[in-house]
Structure formats: structure tokens, C-alpha cells
Design a protein around this ligand. Structure first.
Ligand SMILES: [Zn+2]
Length: 337
């Protein structure tokens, strides 16, 4: 059975360290084989800022198909760490919509809002090791300081923190956020889709925030802690998150967690070439057309699937199609059989 009810934190929840995946309480209908424990663990991790739309359906489908095609586990994690951005009822709506579209997650749903203790433990470890420092700067001050250094502010880019508070906060100022020292780290990675990252963190992002001025945990920290604690091995997500990969690998290394395998997929764009999102008014999915929408999503992912007459029929065809299209038999002989 699927486990929909928000679970209490499991007593076994420990600090972020390589952990065995939770015992699955559900086996999805489209799974083709029992997952060998500890092999492939994937996840879909939406933020409850609104109902699922076509762009998030594509992301969910890709991560789920990849897990099923590998005979692995597929976890569902609700990233509800940022209450001001969230919409009441959206988490419930996402869970219900996934079910209506035939997604079946393994194990209980993880809610980030119930996992603060894990993030605190990881944060405390980084503080104890001297990797983290308090920062008193406002966004305005950071922008001014970048301009003073003669650098150009990117219009949509993130501000590269100039390191103002790295050696201590100026007298009379109070800490606002907490940042991690990136030092001279250069992160090199390659994903399964041929994306290659080579990022000198000091010049690309600077010391980045782990705990925000509003007291909330930063996305990067929570994701890394959760992936490690849940035993995730593979991340399949949209190309909009390419820019987060280096920072996440950096934090994995600082925390002694394994580096994951990544696959970044093309986003769904609207008529203006913008990423389809709740912010740009993407429509909620209509479950009455689940089979049709799933078929469209699969074709967006490059799968040659026929028109599905039912949700079950769709999944039966889509898993082998993903295996043929997305899994390289030379690199992954076990998964491709
Ligand atoms: Zn500062």
C-alpha cells in the first residue's frame, strides 16, 4: 500500500551519513523486479508552492521511470522548508495527483518540515569543524560591495558573496545568515546526459548560505542531508538545477557523504521560452486526462510511446521505453537487461 499520511520522524532517523534505504512498504505496480536493497534509490522532491503542473509531471516521470527501469526504489520527499512560499493544501494536492497518475512511491513520504533536527546536526558538525561562519550583510550591502570591487551585477544571477564577514563580523553588527567557506574548492562533475560542470566555487558562487537570515535552512543543505540520510544514489531532475550540482557535491564532501549520480533533463518551456512553473501561471494537471498527459510528458522526454488508453497501460509501455532510450547498456549492463 502507498503511505500517504505524513509520518512521524522515524526513531531510526540519524545524522546525515551513508544510510541504508528505508525498508519499502510499497511495491509499485510498474516495477519490473524487486529492487536489490541498497542499489538504486531515486527520489522526486517537489516544493508545495502550488499544484503539480506539466513541467513537474515531466520531472516526476523521469525520476520514477529511471528508478523503475533500474529495478530501484523511488522516494517521495516534500520540500516544505520555506513556509512563506508555500500554498496551503499544495502538499496534499501533489500527493493525490501523483497517485491519480499512477505514481507509487516506496516507503513513507519524507517531509522536510519534520526533519529540522537532521539539518541542525549537519550544521553543527560543519560549525564544529570551522567550515561555517556568521554573516551580517544584507543583500543590498553585498550588491554594493560587488559594485565597489568593480564587478558587474548579473541581472538574474545570484550574487557572488565577496567574503566581507569571513574573518569576523564588524563591531556592532549582529549575525544574520550563516555561510560555508568554499575556499579554493573546484568541483568537477559529469552527469549521465553529458552535462559537464567545472566550477571554482569562490568565483562562481562564493561562500554560500546554509542558514538564512530568516532562520530557515537553505535548500542546498537540506537536500544534501536528506539525500544522504535516505540513501539516495541517483538524482534525476530538470536542467534548471544544473547550477546547484557543484554546491551539493561540495557539501557532500564536507559532510563525508557519497557523491550521487546525476541526470539533468530538458525543461518544459512555455510559449515565451520561460520554464513552465507555478510563477509563470502553469495550469494544474487534470487527472481526467492522466493517460494523455503522461504520454505527452514521456514524449517530451524523448520516449517513443504510443497513445496510452489507460494509466496502467502507459506505465507498462513507458518503463521498457525508458530502459531502451535512456540507459546505456555498455555503461549499465545490469539495468539494461
Ligand atoms: Zn557578510
Amino acid at each position: 500500500m502507498r503511505t500517504d499520511s505524513p509520518p512521524k520522524p522515524a526513531p531510526g532517523d540519524g545524522p546525515p551519513a551513508p544510510a541504508a534505504p528505508a525498508t519499502p512498504t510499497a511495491r509499485a505496480a510498474p516495477a519490473t523486479a524487486d529492487a536489490p536493497a541498497g542499489r538504486y534509490v531515486g527520489r522526486f522532491a517537489p516544493s508545495p508552492t502550488g499544484p503539480l503542473h506539466f513541467g513537474s509531471l515531466v520531472a516526476a516521470l523521469a525520476s520514477c521511470l529511471d528508478a523503475r527501469a533500474h529495478g530501484g526504489h523511488w522516494l517521495l520527499r516534500i520540500e516544505d522548508l520555506d513556509p512563506p512560499r508555500e500554498q496551503p493544501g499544495a502538499a496534499r494536492s501533489i500527493v493525490d495527483t501523483l497517485a491519480a497518475f499512477g505514481f507509487e512511491h516506496d516507503g513513507p513520504i519524507a517531509y522536510q518540515s519534520r526533519r529540522h533536527a537532521l539539518y541542525q546536526q549537519a550544521f553543527d558538525r560543519l560549525v564544529a569543524a570551522g567550515h561555517v561562519y556568521p554573516c551580517a550583510c544584507t543583500r543590498r550591502e553585498i550588491a554594493d560591495s560587488i559594485v565597489r570591487q568593480g564587478q558587474v551585477l548579473q541581472r538574474h544571477g545570484e550574487l557572488v558573496y565577496p567574503g566581507t564577514c569571513r574573518d569576523g563580523i564588524a563591531g556592532g553588527r549582529a549575525p544574520r545568515a550563516w555561510r560555508v567557506r568554499v575556499g579554493d574548492a573546484v568541483i568537477d562533475w559529469q552527469d549521465r546526459n553529458g552535462h559537464h560542470g567545472h566550477e571554482a566555487l569562490a568565483t562562481e558562487v562564493g561562500d554560500f548560505v546554509l542558514k538564512r537570515a530568516d532562520g530557515l535552512w537553505a535548500y542546498q543543505l537540506a537536500v544534501v542531508v536528506d539525500d544522504a540520510q535516505q540513501g539516495v544514489t541517483d538524482v534525476v531532475r530538470g536542467a534548471d538545477l544544473l547550477g546547484s550540482t557543484s554546491r551539493q557535491i561540495f557539501l557532500q564532501r564536507l559532510l563525508g557523504c557519497p557523491t550521487l549520480r546525476y541526470l539533468h533533463l530538458p525543461l518544459v518551456l512555455d510559449a515565451h521560452g520561460e520554464k513552465l512553473s507555478k510563477q509563470t501561471g502553469a495550469q494544474a494537471l487534470d487527472a481526467r486526462d492522466a493517460a494523455g498527459l503522461l504520454t505527452r510528458a514521456a514524449r517530451h522526454l524523448g520516449l517513443a510511446v504510443g497513445d496510452a488508453r489507460s494509466v496502467i497501460g502507459f506505465w507498462q509501455a513507458a518503463v521498457p521505453a525508458w530502459r531502451r532510450t535512456r540507459i546505456d547498456p555498455l555503461l549499465e549492463p545490469d539495468a539494461a537487461t
